[in-house]
Design a protein around this ligand. Structure first.
Ligand code: SF4
Length: 212
């Protein structure tokens, strides 16, 4: 598989935020979000081809029980699902972050899916595959990255129309630096939303550093 980078850091997103985690970032993406924070991972120029066994070995060296397979869009590579199984078989807590536009049916049920549903400001509203709703379980998490009011309103509509009864782990993340966490927090409080505000912890700890 084509791997952009493997590194250990503090998980900055999801309900696992704050915990040490090893990230396996696969190269390539089928979208081009306007505010993408990992544009370098979308092109495979600086990536390396590794086997599943080689990735397992590298991750094993970090002595960390949580691993996230991310991208880019990791599920564009068929081996991503095999890698997730291999990690789960070895006792890791496995997170897979995906943009929701690729079918999730091949992922092992032990995997926690973190599904990024694109809002209008990304330029890819509607890219989420609705058939993926069948593969979202209560352990999975759904994330909306919010740049403004239009995004916020579209996220609420999606939650009400599609997420009821599937998962209560819903994450609202402000696009930085355009949207202040304070304003988004006040919207959430005023509307009594049952969502979790998500800040990218790693960007506060290591601003503008890759591999963190
Ligand atoms: S899906 Fe993720 S990696 Fe791909 S362009 Fe959007 S933000 Fe960037």
């Amino acid at each position: 598989m084509i791997v952009y980078e493997i590194f250990k850091s503090i998980q900055g997103e999801s309900t696992y935020a704050g915990l040490p985690c090893v990230f396996v970032r696969l190269a390539g993406c089928n979208l081009s979000c306007s505010w993408c924070d990992t544009p370098y991972a979308r092109v495979p120029d600086e990536a390396t081809e590794l086997t599943v066994a080689e990735v397992i070995e590298k991750v094993g060296g970090y002595n960390c029980p949580i691993v996230e397979i991310t991208g880019g869009e990791p599920l564009l590579q068929e081996e991503a699902s095999l890698l997730a199984v291999a990690f789960a078989d070895r006792g890791y807590r496995v997170l897979v972050e995906t943009n929701g536009s690729v079918c999730l049916s091949g992922l092992d049920p032990r995997v926690v899916k973190i599904v990024d549903v694109k809002c209008p400001s990304s330029g890819h509203a509607g890219s989420f595959l609705l058939e993926n709703l069948e593969h979202i379980s209560p352990e999975d998490e759904v994330k909306f990255v919010i740049a403004g009011r239009e995004d916020y309103d579209s996220a609420i509509r999606f939650m009400e129309e599609f997420l009821r009864g599937r998962t209560e782990k819903v994450l609202f993340a402000p696009v930085r630096p355009q949207r202040s966490p304070r304003e988004l927090s006040e919207w959430i409080l005023r509307d009594a939303l049952k969502v979790r505000l998500q800040l990218q912890l790693h960007t506060y700890i290591w601003p503008d550093e890759r591999g963190r």
